[in-house]
Design a protein around this ligand. Structure first.
Ligand code: SF4
Length: 207
């Protein structure tokens, strides 16, 4: 498979060209477990790019990122920023759903480092075309993919960091994490996410 755009002298002409090539990707073994590539979605030129961990089971069915309950919470967060999905670019570190079997059931799992590394070419192309003013990294996997393997969500959440090409990256919790929390941890996590969203608002100058 030829992969123009993975080389600087053969750039992909558009995000759609990147997406078409990614649909055929078998750079890691996740294509065997995920049913489809869930490529990014939204505004092809956006002030804000949101990067999650990997497609959920709902995303794997619909082909769209953040289709399930996590997406519902993310929509609420975007609403607090007076933004809609159509105004931002939503994507994930890996484009096929990583799964594991637990008690006989298929469950989501975080992408392994080698899977994230294999899929980084598509994230890099998304960044290159969308050219966001800010990337909001949701959770530790997104932080590691954008900042580096030493990134720790417990220490670097809410801190403005430099990502690939010096694009500003702010990490916050993944919505799926909040959906698993109970009080009083939930209230504290909600408070911290609100602080992070306020910093997003200030950085991308949402009126
Ligand atoms: S997860 Fe990414 S690198 Fe792996 S096969 Fe899917 S698109 Fe390719």
């Amino acid at each position: 498979m030829t992969q123009p755009g993975l080389f600087d002298d053969q750039p992909f002409a558009s995000l759609d060209a990147v997406r078409r090539e990614a649909l055929e990707c078998r750079r890691c073994d996740l294509w065997k477990s995920g049913h489809r590539v869930v490529f990014g979605s939204g505004a092809e030129r956006a002030r804000l790019m949101v990067v999650g961990e990997g497609p959920s089971d709902a995303d794997d069915r619909t082909g769209l990122p953040f289709s399930g309950p996590s997406g519902g919470l993310l929509d609420a967060w975007l609403g607090e920023l007076a933004l809609s999905r159509a105004e931002v670019w939503l994507t994930n570190v890996v484009k096929h759903r990583p799964t594991m079997t637990e008690h006989g059931r298929e469950r989501n799992r975080p992408p392994r480092a080698k899977e994230a590394a294999a899929c980084a070419v598509w994230l890099a192309e998304e960044l290159r075309h969308v050219r966001p003013d800010l990337v909001l990294a949701l959770g530790g996997s997104a932080g590691k993919a954008l900042i580096g393997r030493d990134f720790k969500i417990t220490q670097q959440r809410g801190v403005m960091l430099a990502g690939p090409g010096d694009v500003p990256v702010l990490a916050t919790f993944h919505p799926a994490y909040l959906l698993r929390l109970e009080p009083p941890e939930l209230q504290e996590a909600v408070r911290l996410v609100r602080e992070d969203l306020a910093l997003v608002r200030q950085t991308i100058a949402v009126p």
